[in-house]
Design a protein around this ligand. Structure first.
Ligand code: G
Ligand code: G
Ligand code: MN
Ligand code: NA
Length: 251
């Protein structure tokens, strides 16, 4: 049996799980949001990481079904945290394949059903979204117009990064972790992160630094004016119950 063949059944057989990676403010590390990250509990292979099956799901089209399932689970979970007094935002990864007619309306229906405010959802897209595809751009525009925020994930790693800023209705830039890894206290090490932060301010965008693994990186980003960050230094992706524990500790 190939992974690709099993994948078609993963949702139906209830083998997918959503983990959540906290997103924190700098410098204090207060949790203000979570990114939903899908996991596959395969009956024979154990936990399959998304890098091993998301590309397969994108190819087969199963990502539509998987993406819809992740969105619904995550919206319900975050609405439950809201109910407990934790006003977190939710970031969900969306593949180009999902940006088809009707997506925005389906997202609104899920948000309405969960009772989650539109402002609290962030749709993360990478620079693999074809900016010349009017259907994809229109779905993002519809989401953005109703208050759902659009984040450019892995920002700076694509071939024509700056083009995305004007072609898509972007609200948030996520500084790719490869640039965070270069922070070493020198101006050269900080150059890309600092440039993205400056660009964000000039365009009135928010910024999230990804892959923050040390207190040194967190401090340097804070010094550069970066307000939001995620990474192993704060918390790994984890099941909802573990996030609940962290939220309880921080009260
Ligand atoms: O969770 P990491 O832990 O391994 O995730 C690896 C990659 O898989 C990330 O780049 C992320 O964008 C992608 N990914 C994780 N969950 C989802 C999802 O629900 N939908 C899509 N399209 N991609 C996801
Ligand atoms: O941005 P994407 O959606 O591609 O990113 C999520 C991925 O990044 C997940 O695979 C997650 O496990 C991983 N990740 C999160 N924090 C860190 C970190 O601090 N260091 C590294 N190396 N990976 C991280
Ligand atoms: Mn992401
Ligand atoms: Na990323």
């Amino acid at each position: 049996e190939s992974l690709a063949a099993d994948l078609g059944d993963a949702v139906r057989k209830d083998q997918l799980r959503v983990h959540y990676q906290p997103i924190a403010t700098l410098p204090d590390g207060k949790i203000v949001g979570v990114e939903a990250l899908v996991r596959w509990e395969h009956p024979e292979r154990g936990t399959v990481p998304p890098l091993s099956f998301v590309p397969l799901a994108e190819e087969s089209g199963a990502i539509r079904q998987i993406g819809a399932w992740v969105l619904e689970q995550a919206c319900r979970q975050v609405a439950a945290w809201h109910g407990e007094g934790h006003r977190l935002h939710l970031a969900v990864n969306v593949s180009p394949r999902q940006l088809e007619p009707g997506l925005a309306e389906r997202v609104f229906a899920v948000l309405d059903a969960a009772g989650l405010p539109y402002r609290d959802l962030i749709v993360e897209v990478t620079e693999s979204v074809p900016v010349e595809d009017p259907v994809a751009v229109e779905q993002l525009r519809k989401l953005h117009e109703r208050g759902v925020r659009i984040a450019l994930d892995d920002f700076g790693t694509g071939y024509s990064t700056l083009r995305y800023l004007t072609a898509l209705p972007v609200d948030i830039l996520k500084i790719d972790r490869s640039f965070v890894a270069k922070l070493d206290g020198t101006p050269e090490g900080a150059a890309v992160a600092e440039t993205v932060l400056r660009l964000s301010r000039m365009m009135h965008l928010e910024t999230v630094a990804e892959g923050v693994e040390s207190s040194g990186q967190a401090a340097e980003l804070a010094g550069l004016g970066c307000v939001n960050a995620q990474g192993f230094h704060f918390a790994r992706p984890m099941p909802a119950a573990a996030v609940s524990d962290l939220l309880a500790e921080q009260d």
